[in-house]
Design a protein around this ligand. Structure first.
Ligand SMILES: Cc1cc2nc3c(=O)[nH]c(=O)nc-3n(C[C@H](O)[C@H](O)[C@H](O)COP(=O)(O)O)c2cc1C
Length: 367
């Protein structure tokens, strides 16, 4: 069958909740910053995703659930009818090519600028603690702004934003949704004691800090059913300002995962280590022990190559593997891995911004 030398089920179909995947190789969500200001996908984006439809599952790039949730220019949204219609082009193209695609629901929380917010408002966050770092706006790079702490009375409105986005994802023809609770964005900011200093029922104890992620998950499940909802966590990724991860990663994320088990979700998706950099974790953290607490399918990610995916699959540590950067420059990544064909490495300059170049012009091995 394959050139990899021994039997593996990495290239065989699998069931994740209600999602039937042609193989266990997932395209990780990868922001490409190639949208117009209105956040509406068009034919070019449909082509890009359709080219990658041989992945068992595509997790589309992080998608803003609301204008308030937006932290970077040129990223897609899913709150307007135009955006829904744009995404429908994408999902239709992926389905026509035989693929499956879910939408990653994104609210950046504090990682935004007044330049990007409606009416020039301050970004919202669990607490008024400023991130460090800069983000890209229509005016170029600017430092992120001082956020405003959400009132307790505003939290139902945040959950409603996720719910509307989940409904819109359904209208747009996605196969499901992934709750983006990773990479130090809004939900992760609530989870971590470094960014959450609230004294209401959404701050303080682990139970309180996990509450928003769980309530959002419940809201999204109410729209999609449990079998078409997954969730992404990055327990040790520092944020752009190097705010440390939670002071007790094992307890905080362990509690969250135990509670997530009550939903019987389609999958749990981890960034193992620091996102797109090192897989090293602090001495007191054991990510395999955390993911083993999850009762459903587990997708591993971060700096995998084929050998690592085969090994960790054979050890039973992952059910599927997600590749991010390799899918940028290898639209036929599954076929290349299966046949042992050399991979193309994308230069960083091609990651963000621009048009078709470095986006839909990566050749397949057969071309
Ligand atoms: C250009 C770029 C954009 C990314 N965009 C997202 C995103 O939209 N959502 C997300 O959860 N992670 C995002 N990530 C993280 C990737 O999903 C993935 O975790 C990371 O690249 C590590 O996987 P890899 O080693 O296979 O690339 C991004 C990473 C890169 C390099």
């Amino acid at each position: 069958m394959t050139d990899i030398g021994f039997e593996t089920d990495l290239f065989s179909p699998m069931q994740m909740g209600a999602l039937q995947l042609a193989n266990r190789i997932v395209m990780a969500p990868v922001t490409r910053s190639r949208m117009a200001d209105d956040g509406v996908p068009n034919e070019m984006h449909a082509t890009y995703y359709a080219q990658r439809a041989s992945a068992g599952l595509i997790i589309a790039e992080a998608t803003n659930i609301s204008a308030q949730g937006r932290g970077y220019a040129m990223t897609p949204g899913i709150w307007s009818q135009e955006q829904v219609a744009g995404w429908k082009k994408v999902t239709d193209a992926v389905h026509a090519a035989g693929g499956k695609i879910v939408s990653q629901l994104w609210h950046v929380g504090r990682f935004s600028s007044v330049e990007l917010q409606p009416n020039g408002d301050a970004p919202v966050a669990p607490s008024a603690i400023k991130a460090e770092g800069s983000t890209y706006t229509e005016k170029g790079f600017v430092e992120v702004s001082m956020p405003r702490a959400l009132e307790t009375s505003e939290i139902p409105g945040i959950i409603e934003q996720y719910k509307l986005a989940a409904e819109n994802a359904k209208r747009a023809g996605f196969d499901g949704v992934e709750v983006h609770s990773a990479n130090s964005y809004l939900l992760d900011q609530f989870l971590r004691d470094s960014t959450n200093q609230r004294t209401d029922q959404y701050g303080g104890s682990i139970e309180n800090r996990a509450r928003l992620t769980l309530e959002v998950t419940e809201a999204v499940v109410s729209i999609w059913g449990n079998e078409r909802v997954g969730i992404r966590l990055s327990p040790v990724t520092p944020d752009a300002g190097n705010t440390p991860p939670d002071s007790n990663v094992m307890a905080t994320y362990g509690y969250l995962i135990q509670q997530l088990n009550n939903f019987n979700l389609a999958y749990l998706h981890f960034v193992e280590g620091a996102t797109a950099t090192s897989r090293t974790v602090p001495d007191d953290v054991d990510l395999d022990a955390l993911s083993a607490q999850f009762a459903g399918a587990f997708i591993g990610n971060n700096n995998y190559d084929l050998a690592m995916a085969l090994e960790r699959r054979a050890q039973g540590r992952i059910d599927a593997v997600a590749f991010g950067r390799l899918f940028i420059s290898n639209p036929d990544l599954v076929e290349r891995l299966r046949r042992g064909i050399e991979l193309t490495i994308a230069p960083r300059e091609s990651y963000y911004g621009g048009g078709a170049k470095g986006y839909i012009d990566w050749p397949t091995a057969n071309a």
